[in-house]
Design a protein around this ligand. Structure first.
Ligand code: SF4
Length: 72
């Protein structure tokens, strides 16, 4: 397994192809994890910052073949 790590305030979701950024009417920002739709082990709204996630996929990249997925 190759866990990805991040030091940003939001964490890995900020630059993940599986993330959708949602801003509420009150201005709060949430990150919706689309991976939750295909793997129930992932929360729809991960607790931030996500510092380690096996399903992390950088924007504009393809998933690595055979890469395992694990809870963030
Ligand atoms: S797959 Fe991981 S890094 Fe990507 S949006 Fe979901 S929880 Fe965040």
């Amino acid at each position: 397994m190759n866990a990805r790590q991040s030091q940003s305030p939001v964490g890995l979701c900020e630059g993940c192809a599986h993330a959708s950024r949602i801003t509420s009417n009150r201005g709060s920002t949430f990150y919706f994890c689309k991976q939750a739709a295909v793997d129930p082990h992932y929360p729809r709204y991960p607790r931030l910052p996500v510092l380690r996630c096996e399903a992390y996929q950088p924007l504009s990249s393809e998933p690595a073949a055979g890469e395992d997925k694990q809870l963030p």
